[in-house]
Design a protein around this ligand. Structure first.
Ligand SMILES: [Zn+2]
Length: 80
C-alpha cells in the first residue's frame, strides 16, 4: 500500500512534505500572524495545499476575522 496522499499531484514523482509558515494576514485594520499550512514537493518544488491544509488555513483566517469582528462590535454576535 502506498500512501497516495503524500504524492505530488503535479509531477507525480515527488513526495509532499507538510510545512507551516507564518504569514501576516490583514483584516479590516487588524494584522495578525497566522499559520499557513502547505506542502512542498521534494522533486519539482511545487507548493500545494491539500484540502485538509486549505481547511486549516481557512479556519485560522475565519477565527482571526471573528476575533477582529468581536473586538469591533462588542460580543453580541451569536454563533451557531
Ligand atoms: Zn512534484
Amino acid at each position: 500500500m502506498t500512501n497516495k496522499k503524500n504524492m505530488c499531484p503535479i509531477c507525480e514523482m515527488g513526495i509532499l512534505t507538510a510545512k507551516v509558515e507564518k504569514e501576516f494576514q490583514t483584516y479590516k485594520h487588524a494584522t495578525s500572524e497566522l499559520n499557513l499550512h502547505y506542502s512542498e514537493c521534494n522533486v519539482c518544488y511545487s507548493q500545494t495545499a491539500t484540502s485538509l491544509q486549505l481547511r486549516q488555513n481557512k479556519r485560522a483566517m475565519i477565527k482571526f476575522q471573528k476575533e477582529v469582528d468581536g473586538l469591533l462590535s462588542a460580543a453580541d454576535i451569536k454563533y451557531i
